[in-house]
Write a protein that binds this ligand. Structure first.
Ligand code: UD1
Length: 430
């Protein structure tokens, strides 16, 4: 078991480089099996565990996955030979369910165990299934544990999503690119990673238009070919460093970003009194006084991202005044509030609403990462707090933040990763 130890209180200063986007990388890795050819994917955050698990699943179904360098892989999908993925492969991450759409698109058949991933409340997949069925697949969910989808032929169809869903938009896109005729996804998700996936599919010869708007049109093609593709920068990793800069009263240039993707985050930081300066592919964030309060409501893109809600709550926990945080995507995304309150924060969460009464100072304490973004919030809190913070369960953080210790040290943080023996092994070592 590993944990992070942070000695807080120092403002972050300097420059940090953002990695490729996890949420684009995961669907793109699944999409690579739609061609029976070789794809070279660059700017891939290879060392985060979610990407690793996706590559393991690719290898498990027969793809040849070769690491070219730290952030580039070559995937040869000619040897993919199975449409079955078992629970021990899917349990580690949510995005494993993108193989349902990708395998359906490739074989007209997918037998994929239900995914794992962060617990944020109920995470239904009814819209994915509705989409597959409208494309002509018959779908059954065996024992609530495995999705079995089959189609003798996939045929394009209009598909209206009852709610904006990133996962369903991705899965339907993957199943539709090689279907016969036109698929129109209405009320589609507009996140930057949806646009990146569509660009990747088009680089493989697909015909996807309208990604980034709420109507995506997919005209099916018979075959896809290999391609070279570079993944967009990670919006949420960038946003996390932006908030860390502000919460520590620092001054940080965050490089390799698309400032347009960060607008909803920049606007809220500015509302709290931070300075945000935009360059072509970088932003500089600074704050030299106590942050002001502001209210947050999470929404699908271009609204404020749910994946930035816990991190932003840390800044609000230190603000002068009371802020309201409203979570409209997930029913259980305030578990981190208990951890922050152990550090002296004053957050009252009830259902999908939290009232954050700002305090002047957080104090270091032993805390845990309840999930990926909650873990990011604990890091920011530890950096801003006085004294020492120990964060347990950091495997959640390793799912989505590449080289987080090295990057934070590079901008002046006092953070280290330490190995601590499991309580059992201590006893055994007797
Ligand atoms: C969502 C977020 C994404 C974030 C991720 C992890 C949105 C729109 N999506 O993506 O930004 O990275 O969580 O935090 O902000 N839903 C159904 N039925 C379905 C699919 C979804 O009811 O078949 C509901 C979900 O319960 C949720 C909402 O729709 O309330 C959005 O879900 P979805 O976008 O699919 O989740 P993720 O793809 O995990």
């Amino acid at each position: 078991m590993e944990k992070f130890i942070i000695n807080g209180g120092a403002p972050l200063h300097g420059e940090v480089e953002i990695s490729g986007a996890k949420n684009a990388a995961l669907p793109i890795l699944a999409a690579s099996i739609l061609s029976q050819d070789v794809c070279v994917i660059e700017n891939l955050p290879c060392s985060i565990s979610d990407v690793n698990y996706m590559m393991k699943i690719l290898a498990h179904i027969g793809a040849k996955v070769k690491l070219i360098n730290k952030n580039t892989v070559e995937i040869d999908s000619r040897f993919v030979n199975s449409y079955v993925i078992s629970h021990d492969m899917t349990k580690h991450l949510r995005a494993s369910y993108y193989f349902i759409g990708a395998l359906l698109g490739r074989y007209g058949r997918a037998k994929v165990a239900m995914p794992g991933g962060c617990y944020l409340g109920a995470r239904p997949i009814d819209q994915h299934i509705k989409g597959f069925e409208l494309l002509g697949a018959s779908v059954s969910v065996e024992d609530n544990a495995t999705v079995d989808a089959k189609a003798s032929k996939l045929i394009g169809s209009p598909i209206y999503l009852d709610m904006v869903s990133v996962g369903a938009t991705v899965n339907i896109l993957l199943a539709a690119v090689k279907a016969e005729g036109l698929t129109v996804i209405e009320n589609a998700a507009k996140e930057p990673h949806i646009v990146d996936l569509a660009n990747f599919l088009n680089s493989m010869g697909a015909d996807v238009r309208g990604a980034g708007t709420d109507v995506i049109k997919v005209r099916g093609v018979e075959q896809l070919h290999g391609c070279n593709y570079s993944i967009i920068p990670d919006q949420i990793e960038a946003g996390t460093y932006m908030v860390a800069a502000a919460a520590t009263h620092g001054n940080v240039i965050i490089k390799n970003v698309i400032p347009k993707h960060l607008e909803s985050i920049s606007k809220k930081l500015i509302e709290c009194g931070a300075e945000v300066e935009e360059f072509d592919d970088a932003v500089r964030v600074s704050l030299d006084r106590r942050p002001g309060k502001c209210n947050i409501k999470t929404m699908p893109h271009p609204g404020f991202p749910t994946d930035m809600q816990p991190q932003m709550a840390v800044l609000l926990a230190l603000a002068d005044g009371t802020s309201i945080v409203s979570e409209s995507i997930w029913s259980n995304r305030f578990r981190y509030a208990d951890q922050l309150n152990r550090m002296g924060a004053d957050i009252k969460a009830d259902g999908q609403l939290a009232v954050v009464q700002g305090v002047e100072q957080l104090k270091g304490a032993p805390v845990k990462a309840d999930d990926l973004r909650a873990g990011a919030a604990m890091i920011i809190a530890g950096l801003a707090a006085s004294g020492t913070t120990e964060i347990e369960d950091i495997l959640h953080i390793d799912r989505g933040y590449e080289d987080v210790v090295e990057k934070l040290k590079g901008i002046g943080a006092d953070i280290k990763r330490v190995f601590c023996p499991e309580p059992n092994s201590l006893t055994n070592a007797g």
